[in-house]
Design a protein around this ligand. Structure first.
Ligand SMILES: Cc1cc2nc3c(=O)[nH]c(=O)nc-3n(C[C@H](O)[C@H](O)[C@H](O)COP(=O)(O)OP(=O)(O)OC[C@H]3O[C@@H](n4cnc5c(N)ncnc54)[C@H](O)[C@@H]3O)c2cc1C
Length: 558
């Protein structure tokens, strides 16, 4: 037997111990190493021990897990036999052990130490948005309405949610007729729209057929997605940590829409098979109290009803006025008039030893050109949109009120480093008709299907205001507010104005930039990658770049 080796903490491991540990760490000796081949709960519990011990992680793993019978380690991890169900049973059997270790850490954040991938298939767009409303700790990816067509039938039926309350009501037939009408229109218009797009923007010699076909098809999908109702079924994959999942489940359980608590229950089953210790509280007594609190908050305000001081709280359908939408979808409601001085102070702050108030007072005495010079020095020469200014640009906040089509909302809602909150999905703000359809003489079919859906929303909404939202097509406008700081605005305006984006959110990104530039020109000066141009075929350049990448890849393979 060779002499025991020493890890950086002075721990000495015998050859036998090294053999036990080696499958679970990427390196036996280096101070920086990764964990592998361990279930999430073991990794989480292991890390949580860091905070309460002087031992090295390898030592904890060996002494407190591998060689501690109560951890159930052998059964959970031990060899090829312990997979799937057996592993789950073993984790369950050792639950008290893991509970003790995790709870012993003393803070809820320990549930962030384990993660899971969860696939949610055949859920409505309402549910997809509810999932994607998560911010910290959840990373979603959803089937695209641009690259996938949505008119496929299963067993002769279009793929949309048959909302249970509506299906049990006298509105079932009307609901299905309206939604079938939307999908029929989508199907009928797909090929003519692709043809119209191709006629409008013929392929040039420098563009491959692949790139052209892909870009024109994506454009047709962009144009037609307004027909898709919020009931449209889609797939969303989520990667997240236990704590974020627990909160997400709690929110879903508290929803008044039947699909969402049911989805939460299904997700709980999937998560229980992966990270049970981390999500169990969502359905525990504490979780139920939290659900009741969220529900109560919503219901208390909704119950104010007619006493809502002239503001409507309720119906998803009642029209407000014939033309309620302003010229621009974006209104800047609030900004900080002292933002520039505060930002300059925040830029200088890390470079002084003075208290913030004093830095601000000193900045107050600077001339405008001196402030501008400081802002310019901070922003520097940005080489691309990825080179973004730092935290000083989190000083100014902007509140925007947006009224735009649901399709644009769906996309922009995905930005997590800001506050967004929407009103109901409704028909009361009217809908948008893509100019491409009007120019091609195809608007009539589109408009008829939308109008029929609007009638259905209105009628169903009288009895079932919440479920009626499922029938609202994405062409209809929704109102939502965005509160964001300047740093997030740089990211959002530059990313979402990129040429390959959907025109409706590109317009919003451009308007956000213009509004900020109008009130804070010095702070917006560095937003150099906002693309203000209009494009006929938004995805064409991206497809050409993809061609170049594909050709480089095939050259290097060959
Ligand atoms: C051209 C285009 C095509 C797209 N296609 C699809 C699609 O087919 N399907 C789909 O589901 N979505 C799609 N999206 C949406 C995309 O996946 C993002 O959800 C969306 O762009 C939000 O971007 P973000 O994460 O950079 O922004 P934010 O959420 O605003 O985050 C800002 C920045 O914070 C950091 N950040 C935020 N959260 C995390 C985190 N959890 N971990 C690490 N860093 C984080 C990142 O640096 C990020 O850029 C598309 C977006 C674009 C622009």
């Amino acid at each position: 037997m060779t002499a025991p080796t020493t890890d950086p903490w002075g721990d000495r491991f015998t050859d036998d111990e090294r053999a036990l540990l080696a499958p679970f760490v990427t390196d036996m000796d280096a101070p920086i190493f990764g964990l592998r081949n361990l279930p999430e709960v073991v990794k989480g519990a292991l890390f949580s021990r860091y905070s309460r011990t002087d031992k090295s992680l390898r030592r904890i793993l060996l002494d407190e897990f591998i060689q501690a019978p109560e951890s159930g380690f052998a059964a959970i991890v031990g060899g090829a036999a312990a997979t799937g169900v057996e592993q789950l049973v073993a984790v369950r059997q050792a639950e008290a052990f893991y509970e003790r270790v995790l709870v012993g850490y003393g803070d809820d954040s320990v549930a962030e130490l384990g993660g899971a991938h969860v696939a949610c298939e055949s859920i409505s767009n309402i549910a997809a948005k509810a999932l994607e409303d998560s911010r910290l700790g959840i990373s979603p990816l959803e089937k695209s309405t641009r690259y996938v067509v949505f008119n496929r039938k299963l067993d002769g039926r279009y793929r949309y949610a048959r909302e249970p309350q509506i299906m049990a009501s006298r509105h079932a037939e009307r609901y299905q007729a309206a939604l079938d009408g939307l999908f029929d229109a989508y199907s009928a218009l797909l090929e003519p729209t692709i043809a119209a797009v191709r006629a409008r923007t013929p392929r040039d010699a420098g563009t491959s057929e692949r790139a052209y076909n892909s870009a024109t098809r994506a454009k047709a999908c962009d144009v037609l997605r307004g027909l898709l109702p919020m009931a449209t079924l889609t797939n969303v994959g989520l990667f997240g940590n236990g704590r974020a999942f627990e909160y997400l489940l709690t929110r879903l359980y508290a929803s008044p829409l039947a699909e969402l608590p049911a989805l939460a229950a299904d997700m709980q089953i999937a998560l229980d098979a992966l990270i049970p210790s981390f999500v169990k509280r969502a359905a525990s007594e504490r979780g139920r109290a939290q659900q009741a609190y969220l529900r109560g908050m919503r219901e208390r305000v909704a119950a104010l009803g007619d006493r809502s001081w002239g503001m409507r709280v309720g119906s998803p359908s009642a029209p407000l006025s014939p033309n309620p939408h302003p010229a621009s979808p974006v209104t800047l409601v609030e900004y900080d008039r002292d933002a520039e001085a505060k930002t300059v102070a925040a830029i200088l702050y890390p470079h002084t030893d003075l208290p913030l108030e004093q830095v601000r007072a000193l900045v107050g005495g600077l001339a405008a050109e001196e402030r501008l010079a400081i802002i310019r020095a901070y922003v520097g020469e940005r080489g691309s949109r990825f080179q973004r200014p730092g935290r000083a640009f989190e000083e100014p906040y902007y509140t925007f009120d947006i009224l735009a089509d649901l399709g644009a909302y769906r996309d922009l809602q995905r930005h997590r480093i800001l506050t967004q909150d929407r009103q109901r999905y409704t028909i009361q703000h009217g809908y948008v008709t893509p100019p491409e359809l009007e120019d091609a003489g195809l608007a009539q079919t589109y408009v008829q299907a939308l109008e029929r859906a609007a009638e259905a929303v209105e009628t169903i909404g009288v009895d079932l205001p919440e479920p009626a939202q499922y029938a609202v097509p994405m062409a209809f406008r929704v109102r939502w507010r965005i509160k964001l700081n300047l740093r997030a605005a740089y990211h959002m305006a530059e990313l979402r104005s990129a040429p390959q984006g959907h025109p409706s959110y590109r317009r919003i990104a451009q308007a956000i930039y213009e509004r900020i530039r109008a009130v804070h020109p010095a702070l917006a000066e560095g937003m150099r990658f906002v693309d203000m141009a209009d494009y006929e075929l938004e995805r064409l350049d991206a497809e050409r770049r993809l061609d170049a990448k594909l050709s480089r890849a095939s050259t290097s393979e060959g």
